[in-house]
Write a protein that binds this ligand. Structure first.
Ligand code: SF4
Length: 66
């Protein structure tokens, strides 16, 4: 079964970056660049930071051939 969520290590790596970022609200953990709640967004492999501080987790993605 394919798992679209990232590993705990990858999640923690992403959240460490977001928690040190000037665009993250400390109270509700919302990013003012993408308006996402980062503890949720950081769980999913296909999401990425809008200003390239972290990228997609391509190890968890399906590449379409069409
Ligand atoms: S997604 Fe990017 S811009 Fe938004 S809080 Fe995280 S590191 Fe900052």
């Amino acid at each position: 079964m394919l798992n679209y969520t990232v590993t705990d290590d990858k999640y923690n790596e992403r959240m460490d970056i977001c928690n040190g970022c000037e665009h993250l609200s400390e109270t509700i953990k919302m990013c003012d660049k993408c308006n996402c709640i980062m503890p949720v967004k950081a769980k999913f492999a296909h999401f990425y930071c809008p200003i390239n501080k972290w990228g997609r987790d391509t190890t968890k993605l399906i590449v379409r051939s069409d």
